[in-house]
Structure formats: structure tokens, C-alpha cells
Design a protein around this ligand. Structure first.
Ligand code: PSU
Ligand code: MN
Length: 328
């Protein structure tokens, strides 16, 4: 065995110190999350692609810090997830958040990216899929974000379907979001979520599935939950049934921050045309469209984005608090 190790280390592994290549802990927790776990406090997971690829600096940092504080104010503990020099980290310090918000060479890390980012000791920002995988490993049932990925327009031809959707199909995490953007094909996204067995609930008094910037998409979610307590009950029912599939709680953007449908539709159509002209593809397409839409709306879409994620943070923290009450 020693001999085998020696042979292996003369190759690629020889570049790294033994202590690192033998690291046994998959996840590193911040002090705040460690004590939250010890005290059985409700924890809310947060993704980091929104910080590195979703918003420009310094708005990304300000928003990340404000979202964390909203979660604390509701009596839960925020756990932003990212990969720092190959270490998957649950709960970031302010210094780590500041680093990430400015960092350049950060991999947008979905399921298929995790192993190489860890192996190569790179920085990675977890997408919804990457964060769900981590939340599952860390036993954090509730996760808050702005929007999930989906089936892209013409996805039936390009097969560009976000790995967020398949991840939701195979993990138990409850994801709070504002639906999916109309840069995507919302109807097919809902169909795909149905095939994957994902429980989709609109939050509030309507079943209308929100379209991120606007409160309506023209498509209905199959269910609605009236409040955080109701959502927590759905989560505990899913756990009792040992369903290994996830839950989406789709919260419409608060009315006063919703965008005008015509304005956003025009901006999106133009952004899609520009992406096609420039041949933008694969994982670059979502960040490209987000930036183009923000530019076209003079930053209005960014303000809506920030407002909805803050509102989602409040809802998600409430759900985590209610769920924790049910299990302890
Ligand atoms: N939608 C947004 N903002 C985002 C994303 C999606 O409104 O920042 C990010 C999320 O991290 C999501 C990812 O998980 O994009 C989906 O990318 P893709 O379509 O390449 O799977
Ligand atoms: Mn894609």
C-alpha cells in the first residue's frame, strides 16, 4: 500500500503536500455555522454564482451581506456556499465574501464542475445545483436564491437544460426562488420539473408561477402554499415520505419592485439576439443575458433582482425557523 501511494505521488499528486491530498473533510464550516449546528439553530443555504456571475461589484457584495443580515434578523443563520482554493466552504466570513465578490478567475460550479475545482484547488462559485449538493452533504434543508436555471428557449433543439433541474429531481432540498426568468422557456421548465418529480408551489394566495422580474409568467404552478408554516409542513411531509426529490417555493417579487412586462420582454428579446449573434453558449449564456438585460434597462433589472432576493431571504428564513420548530 505504501508502495502504491509512492507510485501515485510521483505523478500528479506529487505536486501537492501530503496533508492536503489526504484531506478527509469534504466540507469546511465557518464558526457561525458550527455553533448554529451545535445549538440546532435553523440554517439557510445561499449560493455564490449570484455573487460572482450574477451581479457586478460592489452591488454583489452589498447584496450578499444584506441578504445574510435579513436571514439573521428572522432568527436563522445564513450559510453562503463557495469553493475556496479547492475547499468547499459552508458559511463565509466577511473577508471571504469580499474576496469572492472581487475575484476574477472563479469557476461557475455546477454538479459537473465540483470534482475538478476541488481536485485542482481552484475557486468556485456554486450554482443552484452545486449549492444543493453541498446543502445535502451539510444537512441544511432550506436554500434561498433569486432564480433557478431552466430549459433555455429552443432547448428542445440545443438540449441546453440547466443541471439545476435534474439536481432538484434528485435531492431533498427546499429551494426558495422567484421562479425562472423569461430568458428561459418557462413552460418547458415546468414540464421538466414535473418529470423530475419536483414539488413546485407558488407562495402566497395565487398559483401563478412568477417570472422573476414580473409576478406572472402566464403559467400556473401545480400547488400553492399560503405561508412559511405551510411550506414547512410540505417539507416535513416530503421528508416523512422519504421522497428523494426536491421542492421549489416560488415567491413573486414584491409588487412595488416588479418590472413592466413590456420593458423586460424587449430587453430580453434584444439580449437573446445579441447572444445569438455573438455565439454565446453553454454556461456563459445565463451570465451574458443577465448583464445584457441589466444594461438595457439602465440597471432597473438589477434593482428588481436585489429586491426579490432580499424578500426571498425573509421567506426562506421563516420557512427554516418553522421547519426547525417541527423537528425539535
Ligand atoms: N438565474 C438568475 N441569476 C443567476 C443564475 C440564474 O436569475 O445568478 C445562476 C444560478 O447560479 C443558477 C445558474 O444556478 O445561473 C444556472 O446556470 P445554468 O443555466 O448554466 O445551469
Ligand atoms: Mn446550460
Amino acid at each position: 500500500m505504501a508502495c502504491l501511494l509512492k507510485i501515485k505521488r510521483s505523478g500528479y499528486l506529487a505536486r501537492f503536500p501530503r496533508s492536503i491530498s489526504r484531506r478527509s473533510s469534504t466540507l469546511a464550516y465557518s464558526d457561525e455555522i458550527q455553533s448554529a449546528k451545535k445549538d440546532n439553530k435553523p440554517i439557510v443555504a445561499l449560493e455564490s454564482t449570484i455573487i460572482t456571475h450574477g451581479m457586478p461589484y460592489p452591488k454583489n457584495l452589498e447584496t450578499a451581506l444584506e441578504v445574510e443580515n435579513i436571514i439573521r434578523e428572522q432568527g436563522a443563520v445564513p450559510a453562503t456556499v463557495a469553493i475556496l482554493k479547492g475547499q468547499i466552504t459552508v458559511g463565509l466570513t466577511k473577508t471571504q465574501l469580499e474576496y469572492l465578490a472581487r475575484a476574477k478567475d472563479v469557476v461557475k460550479a455546477s454538479r459537473r464542475d465540483l470534482a475538478t475545482v476541488v481536485a485542482d484547488k481552484r475557486d468556485g462559485a456554486t450554482t443552484v445545483a452545486g449549492t444543493i449538493i453541498t446543502a445535502e452533504l451539510a444537512d441544511i434543508p432550506v436554500f434561498v436564491t433569486g432564480g433557478i436555471g431552466g430549459v433555455h428557449r429552443e432547448g428542445e433543439k440545443t438540449m441546453d437544460v440547466s443541471a439545476d433541474l435534474t439536481e432538484l429531481g434528485r435531492s431533498r432540498t427546499l429551494v426558495v426562488c422567484s421562479g425562472v426568468k423569461s430568458i428561459l422557456d418557462i413552460r418547458r421548465t415546468l414540464e421538466f420539473l414535473e418529470t423530475q418529480g419536483v414539488t413546485v408551489c407558488a407562495f402566497g394566495d395565487s398559483k401563478q408561477f412568477p417570472a422573476f422580474y414580473t409576478r406572472r409568467s402566464g403559467y400556473e404552478a401545480p400547488y400553492n402554499v399560503v405561508d412559511a408554516e405551510h411550506a414547512a409542513l410540505v417539507l416535513s411531509s416530503a421528508r416523512a415520505l422519504q421522497l428523494s426529490s426536491g421542492i421549489v417555493i416560488a415567491v413573486p417579487v414584491p409588487k412595488k419592485y416588479a418590472m413592466d412586462e413590456k420593458v423586460i420582454d424587449t430587453a430580453i428579446s434584444n439580449a437573446l439576439l445579441e447572444a445569438e449573434e455573438k455565439g454565446v453558449q453553454g454556461k456563459e449564456i445565463t451570465p451574458f443575458l443577465l448583464a445584457a438585460v441589466s444594461k438595457a434597462t439602465g440597471g432597473a433589472s438589477l434593482n428588481t433582482n436585489i429586491a426579490l432576493i432580499k424578500n426571498n431571504a425573509k421567506v426562506g428564513a421563516d420557512i427554516a425557523v418553522q421547519y426547525q420548530k417541527r423537528i425539535y
